[in-house]
Design a protein around this ligand. Sequence first.
Ligand SMILES: Cc1ncc(COP(=O)(O)O)c(C=O)c1O
Ligand SMILES: N[C@@H](CCCC[NH3+])C(=O)O
Length: 465
Amino acid sequence: MSDRDAGGRGDATGEEAGEPAADNPPVRRVSDWDAERLRGLAGEHETPLYVQDLDRVRENCERLLAAFPDADVRYAVKAHTGRAVLEAVRDAGLDAECASAGEVDRALAAGFDGSRLHYTAVNPPARDLDYVAGVAEAEPELTVTVGAVDALDRLAERGYDGRVCVRVNPGVGAGHHKKVTTGGAAKFGIPYDRAAEATRDAAGRFDVVGLHAHAGSGIDPDQLDSHRELVARMGELARDLSEPSDRDGDDPRDADPIDLEYVDVGGGFGVPYEEDAPALDLPAVAEATREAVAPLPAGVDLAIEPGRYVVADAGVLLTRVNTVKPTPDETVVGVDAGMTDLLRPAMYDAYHPIRNLGGASGEPPVAEREATPVTVAGPICETGDTLGRNRALADPSRGDLLAVGVAGAYGYEMASQYNSRPRPAEVALDDGRAAVTRRRETLGDLTTVEREADRDRTDRPEGDR
Ligand SMILES: Cc1ncc(COP(=O)(O)O)c(C=O)c1O
Ligand SMILES: N[C@@H](CCCC[NH3+])C(=O)O
């Protein structure tokens, strides 16, 4: 559905499909960031501080569009919902895939119109369905992706009879951790062997425009077989549905082929977190995807919905060393960012590269320091609150600035206020210029909703409290 030219992508990237320009490398490492610049930003805005480079976001969009020139590319908004990022992605010509009413709301505010909005409803709360059904009245081109018959019924109850995409559980999954492997997880999608029937049923009530499946998040090069298998299954299902059904029954609709617009094979394209890990060969993945899905019925497009790939290596988290504690087992480097700022290491044992940018007063430049194995730990009262273990960092000292790399996806998004810690600030770089895109939360922000509730409570007569 994207109108990429209208979206601002302009003419093509000037490259052959699948061949990134030399100045658009497939990965940006934490060592590639300008240390001086990052030290300056941390000095000005304090830490913890996320820095998100919009130019890099644009490059990642371009690389995806070049590798998949014939596909609809939808950005999975959940990876980074910041307004500036959404606007950059919109201008690059991608659609928006949204996981909640809140994400739809953000995408609308960032200028995505209904034709570029895809709401993926997973056990959707009533409030979300009410909201989206309301949006669809004004934006009938919006598509709702649904992975359960109950959700279809609940949409119909709200008078929704618009565009629907059926989410299928392909029975095959992939991802960097079992907690993010969605294909095969019963929670997601209609089981593959029931999907054709459910789709034909849905076509009697809605405008069924697509099929959808998503293997999981963080698919790395050695999981491509699972990706291929998922894609092949989806191609097969699309071919099946484009044929008239041979179901028994009197309902004449049974005989109709389903007029699909697209097969969405999800996102999940991994990025390398370790400094020396290879980047995904995106053109090769695109080629394998096209081959596995083929032949798609005439008029049916391929769609993908990457999140991490768009934003991950465009972001770093800056944090300041406040403690250096040698112990008999290890040296602990205490910093002011923790699992409330970047949850991934605590939640998935995820690896993020960490670089010492130096800056401690009276200490030599980091290039002159010896590498020391340390554990980097945050301020949260949880043993799991570490950003990295056994990391060889240029001998850290109190006052040094650390850059935690590849933090642009699922970083700020998963931040919390646990331990009553205000969420960090974020600065975006746009054509080299820096601007605050999320202000640092204050202690006052921590109690806003509580104070409002308190006012209500104390306004009530004593007997009602
Ligand atoms: C339905 C759906 N689409 C797209 C994505 C984006 O995944 P990723 O950020 O790994 O590309 C996700 C997250 O796993 C998802 O659940
Ligand atoms: N939050 C996960 C990705 C999950 C994507 C949503 N299905 C991560 O940080 O890796």
